[in-house]
Design a protein around this ligand. Structure first.
Ligand SMILES: *[C@@H]1O[C@H](CO)[C@@H](O)[C@H](O)[C@H]1NC(C)=O
Ligand SMILES: *[C@@H]1O[C@H](CO)[C@@H](O)[C@H](O)[C@H]1NC(C)=O
Ligand SMILES: *[C@@H]1O[C@H](CO)[C@@H](O)[C@H](O)[C@H]1NC(C)=O
Ligand SMILES: *[C@@H]1O[C@H](CO)[C@@H](O)[C@H](O)[C@H]1NC(C)=O
Ligand SMILES: *[C@@H]1O[C@H](CO)[C@@H](O)[C@H](O)[C@H]1NC(C)=O
Ligand SMILES: *[C@@H]1O[C@H](CO)[C@@H](O)[C@H](O)[C@H]1NC(C)=O
Ligand SMILES: *[C@@H]1O[C@H](CO)[C@@H](O)[C@H](O)[C@H]1NC(C)=O
Ligand SMILES: *[C@@H]1O[C@H](CO)[C@@H](O)[C@H](O)[C@H]1NC(C)=O
Ligand SMILES: *[C@@H]1O[C@H](CO)[C@@H](O)[C@H](O)[C@H]1NC(C)=O
Ligand SMILES: *[C@@H]1O[C@H](CO)[C@@H](O)[C@H](O)[C@H]1NC(C)=O
Length: 641
């Protein structure tokens, strides 16, 4: 049976080979390397040079620069699912040997693929524009009015917009994606970012980055708040040239011009095997920086070097064992089974998930799990000259902290403490005295010591998850929840209809101050809870709230214990109020945060500057929701400035 299937595969493969060779490069007219404006191409068979490759990819090349050996082309590229195309620069096989997989080395729209019949235009004004079939603007070089004369696919793989004097106006080499080509520079300010995978070209969204700085040279990092560095072998002295620092990919090396610039010698070099014919440097989705060579014998691409490995071990790659995975001699495992389990039993390198996810709203249930002789690929001293206990406490006191990593020499009272807000793979201890403490949640939020006093059913009409939170975390959180609900409902609607007149929303948010800080919010919440404690607002609520929440109001002494939770809820509210609409959460995310399965985005902007000015009217949205008549919220939200 297996043999039959195998034969079938071979047969299918031969058939594909046959079909592919009948479409071979020789059979079709190669496009020119240069096009002059104005010109436009549609992503369909009207492009003469279309090739289906054995790896399932299709290339429709609009420009090509045939050269000795594998050569460069640019045009539309798809792989497998040809509903989605990139506008890309790729390396095709040699004219004699076209049957291989094209190597994509740059793309304009990796996060926004286009469909069949999309168009690429070099406009009379000199802009290069990619539009999808429905005419949405997907990408452009923004070069209108810069005297662009044409587009040149160069022999080295650089796609260049040149002007009437043959000067470069725009070039793909200045906008690297995940690859470098021979002769290409990675200049300070630029970065390589990997795709999600071989078949999903979407940028990983800031997971891995490779970049150059004047002070630190070549750096590879992971994460974004803040980035955690896993490759950075050197610190550099004072700069000697006015030029920006850069790394340049040459035949035989990755040359680092950090302090000086060409024509001087590089400050340092990473050795690269000499290029036999065509060579590509690619930053992979696993954070490795690899070199691929085209081999004539195998008619394919072959990995010839893994540049960072050697300076750093396999276990120092941040995602070698996934999040929370422990790397030991190339094997992955999870921390204590009571708190962690593998994401996929059979693939331990995918990492581990917490049995009970961390929830900021239940920080009283956080403990630190000590891992002996375990350390981390990165260490930034958040606290120095400190002891282990202070380090641990600092982590427990800060919701964004996911672990306390402590290192010391011979005096354990003067060590360094790192409090990462994201935790990637861990590894076996190296040379330091170091300890790792992972923050874990000891019981789910649903089981937090809820309302000893409110066994009453939840108010009708509220969602299940929320009512648990409302009853479980006393009035402080309840107050926050309704605040969020009202703010989110209004603001999410606003996010959707951003075009609409803002005035429509003013009526719904009359109590909203123009500017308040997180400190104000905190002060206001504490103030609110204190006043409640004095019975000040209690009477306001009493007559109007449903039975379930009345009990909660009576138990307002609970509130003092739950200020932290209320604060968390306030943070959600602040999240909903981000002036950058794109940073605001969706309602489903808000729900997940309230249920404790997700954390609040840590990098919030607490200056809500773009909000409309306050307008005090008598009947507010919140009053409509709660049926409360006194204007409580202004006093709550406009605390000390
Ligand atoms: C490539 O494959 C598609 C189907 O995936 C087919 O419609 C098309 O005709 C092929 N193109 C060439 C040039 O063979
Ligand atoms: C290619 O697309 C263009 C623009 O959508 C259209 O005008 C043209 O007819 C198409 N050609 C083919 C062969 O589909
Ligand atoms: C592309 O355009 C051509 C001509 O306008 C049309 O016949 C064809 O259906 C279009 N293809 C797709 C997938 O939209
Ligand atoms: C196009 O690029 C080639 C290098 O491949 C270069 O020699 C040529 O001068 C360029 N042409 C224009 C018009 O810029
Ligand atoms: C631009 O380069 C082309 C060759 O690529 C050459 O023929 C032309 O004379 C050059 N133009 C100028 C203004 O240098
Ligand atoms: C590609 O990856 C992104 C980010 O992980 C994901 O959102 C998207 O659905 C993936 N696309 C495909 C086609 O799998
Ligand atoms: C790279 O350098 C080697 C010699 O060190 C040479 O043989 C080879 O042809 C060069 N490759 C390219 C693409 O220039
Ligand atoms: C580890 O700490 C002990 C004392 O606690 C000290 O004697 C030893 O030298 C330290 N080791 C290293 C590698 O710093
Ligand atoms: C250890 O460090 C602490 C804090 O820096 C210092 O007070 C103490 O004297 C040091 N102990 C020794 C033995 O050096
Ligand atoms: C909490 O930790 C994060 C990162 O771990 C840090 O950026 C932030 O300043 C800390 N907050 C406080 C209040 O210390």
């Amino acid at each position: 049976m297996n043999l039959g299937r195998g034969l079938c595969c071979i047969f299918a493969y031969l058939l594909i080979l046959l079909i592919s060779s009948s479409n071979s490069i020789k059979a079709q007219r190669l496009p020119d390397p240069i096009a002059n404006l104005p010109i436009s191409w549609a992503n369909n068979r009207s492009i003469d040079y279309s090739v289906n490759f054995t790896d399932g990819s299709t290339v429709r090349s609009i420009l090509a620069n045939p050269f000795f050996g594998p050569f460069f082309g640019c045009g539309f590229y798809c792989n497998g699912n040809c509903d989605n195309f990139l506008f890309a620069v790729f390396i095709l096989g040699t004219v004699d040997n076209p049957i291989t997989s094209p190597q994509v080395v740059w793309s304009a729209n990796r996060n926004n693929p286009v469909r069949e019949n999309a168009t690429l235009q070099l406009t009379p004004e000199g802009d290069l524009i990619l539009q999808d079939v429905d005419a949405t603007l997907v990408w452009s070089t923004n070069t209108a009015g810069k005297s662009v004369a044409g587009l040149n696919m160069t022999q080295t793989g650089n796609l260049v917009l040149f002007d009437i004097n043959n000067r470069t106006v725009w070039q793909s080499f200045d906008h690297p994606t995940d690859s470098l080509l021979l002769g290409q520079k990675l200049v300070e300010g630029q970065r390589l970012t990997p795709s999600v995978s071989e078949l999903n070209w979407t940028d990983q969204g800031g997971l891995f980055s490779l970049f150059v700085t004047a002070s630190h040279g070549l750096i590879a990092s992971i994460g974004s708040n803040p980035p955690q560095v896993y490759y950075n072998p050197a610190n550099w002295g004072p700069k000697q040239s006015k030029e920006a620092s850069y790394a340049k990919f040459l035949n035989g090396s990755l040359a680092l011009f950090i302090l000086s610039a060409e024509p001087k010698w590089p400050d340092d070099e990473i050795t690269v095997p000499p290029a036999s014919s065509s060579q590509v440097m690619k930053f992979g989705s696993d954070g490795h920086l690899r070199i691929y060579d085209w081999t004539e014998e195998e008619v394919d691409w072959k990995e010839v070097a893994d540049l960072l490995t050697g300076d750093i071990g396999e276990c120092e790659y941040p995602m070698v064992c996934g999040n929370y995975g422990i790397c030991s001699k190339g094997e992955c495992s999870c921390p204590e089974a009571k708190y962690f389990r593998p994401i996929l039993e059979r693939q331990p390198n995918l990492g581990c998930s917490q049995v009970t996810p961390l929830s900021c709203g239940a920080s009283q249930n956080h403990i630190l799990l000590e891992l002996k002789d375990i350390t981390y690929f990165s260490f930034t001293s958040d606290l120095t000259l400190t002891d282990m206990e202070t380090c641990k406490q600092a982590c427990l006191n800060n919701c964004s902290c996911k672990a306390a990593l402590f290192q010391y020499g011979d005096n354990s009272s003067s060590g360094s403490c790192f409090l990462p807000s994201q935790l990637f793979s861990l590894m076996e201890k190296t040379q330091y005295n170091s300890s790792a403490f992972l923050k874990v949640q000891i019981s789910p939020i649903a089981q937090t010591p809820t309302s000893k006093a409110s066994p009453t059913p939840s108010p009708s009409g509220k969602k299940k998850g929320w009512s648990a939170v409302i009853l479980g975390s006393s009035l402080g959180a309840f107050f926050g929840v309704f605040l969020i609900i009202s703010i989110c409902v209004v603001l999410l609607r606003k996010k959707r209809d951003i075009e609409e007149d803002e005035d429509d929303y003013l009526d719904e948010l009359p109590w909203m101050p123009t500017r308040f800080s997180f400190k104000d919010l905190k002060a206001a919440t504490e103030d609110f809870s204190r006043k409640l404690g004095q019975g000040g607002f209690g009477s306001v609520f009493k007559g109007t709230l449903s039975n379930g929440t009345k009990v909660a109001v009576k138990r307002f002494e609970d509130l003092q214990l739950h200020v932290a939770e209320a604060m968390e809820v306030m943070k959600v509210a602040a999240w909903c109020l981000q002036s950058n609409f794109n940073k605001r959460p969706s309602m489903s995310v808000v729900e997940k945060v309230l249920e404790g399965v997700m954390d609040v985005e840590p990098n919030l902007d607490y200056s809500f500057t773009t909000l409309p000015p306050p307008q005090m009217t008598t009947k507010t949205h919140k009053e409509a929701v709660l049926g409360v008549s006194a204007p409580i919220l202004p006093s709550v939200l406009s605390g000390p400035r």
